[in-house]
Design a protein. Structure first.
Lengths: 121, 181
């Protein structure tokens, strides 16, 4: 994450400016590998390390929570320039203000849990 | 050591996902935020945090790994961490008052220790963090759960979520940045 610069606020800003291929290259090549791998797992009915059948649970149907939640997440992603994974990575790299971002991300998750019954899903 | 090119990092991210899948787990970083809520006694506040979070402790270990990875990458694998963004991006950043585009890993203005004494910066970081936490749980996942895992499995809900991520991100950067900065 750190070495690919996907944890850099600058790279996220650049991605939303459509000014560079870098982030799209990372996401695109991760996806290409991911799609092929998942298809192989399904078609060849591969087993897990412990020998069990691999089940990839489908996401619940619907669109409201995905769209509305997604937009709110995107606003935060654009502003803080970090999604949950890189938040941890950056704390390790010594950028201490990210601890504040993490604390508020936990708070945001908590408030979602409280408001959940009232939100459209 | 130079930054890693996209065609190395992208497939590596997918390999991490496969490793988790073959371990009978799933790739989702924002799940940790929910686990932390539960571990911090959020289960007393509402049902959403009443689940067996201890069964998902592996994910906290995974997050710890991300922290460790960041430490190792920054301390031992990098000499110069400035990010070579494009000229056009640097120019755009200058308009918003960010002067260290192309010369740093994160903008000084938002993420230096000094910035912590600026209430406005604190507010922006807090809002950003809050939206990331609230939005990812509302959407049922973040970049790892939806953009990588969900889309790799060709799931429509994940596509909707990722479209949402980009609507939000583009709106922030193009319409709100001129107001905020």
């Amino acid at each position: 994450m750190f070495k690919s610069e996907a944890a850099s606020w600058f790279r996220i800003f650049e991605m939303f400016q459509f000014n560079s291929f870098h982030m799209y290259g990372i996401i695109g090549s991760a996806l290409a590998t991911g799609v092929i791998g998942i298809q192989l797992i399904k078609r060849l009915k591969l087993k897990s390390f412990s020998g069990e059948k691999i089940i990839i649970p489908p996401k619940a149907k619907g669109w409201k929570n995905y769209l509305f939640g997604g937009i709110l997440f995107g606003l935060g992603w654009g502003l803080a320039g970090a999604c949950p994974g890189p938040i941890f990575t950056l704390i390790g790299a010594g950028f201490l203000p990210l601890i504040l971002v993490l604390a508020f991300a936990v708070l945001g998750t908590f408030v979602y849990g409280i408001l959940r019954p009232k939100l459209p899903h | 050591m130079q930054p890693w090119p996209w065609y190395v990092s992208g497939p590596l991210i997918a390999l991490v996902m496969f490793f988790l899948i073959f371990s009978g787990r799933n790739f989702g970083m924002s799940g940790n935020l929910r686990i932390m809520c539960a571990a911090l006694s959020g289960d007393k506040a509402c049902d959403f945090f009443r689940f067996d979070w201890k069964a998902q402790r592996w994910n906290l270990v995974f997050a710890l790994g991300a922290i460790l990875g960041g430490f190792v990458a920054a301390e031992f694998l990098s000499t110069d961490t400035s990010v070579a963004i494009t000229e056009g991006t640097i120019e755009k950043l200058t308009q918003y008052g960010f002067t260290d585009g192309g010369a740093a890993y994160l903008p000084e203005q938002l993420f230096s220790i000094d910035s912590l004494s600026n209430p406005y910066t604190l507010l922006l970081l807090a809002i950003g963090g809050f939206l990331v936490g609230f939005g990812s749980r509302y959407a049922g996942g973040c970049t790892s759960g939806h953009a990588i895992s969900g889309l790799s499995d060709l799931q429509l809900p994940s596509l909707i979520a990722v479209i949402g991520f980009f609507i939000g991100g583009l709106f922030m950067v193009h319409f709100l940045f001129p107001i905020l900065f």
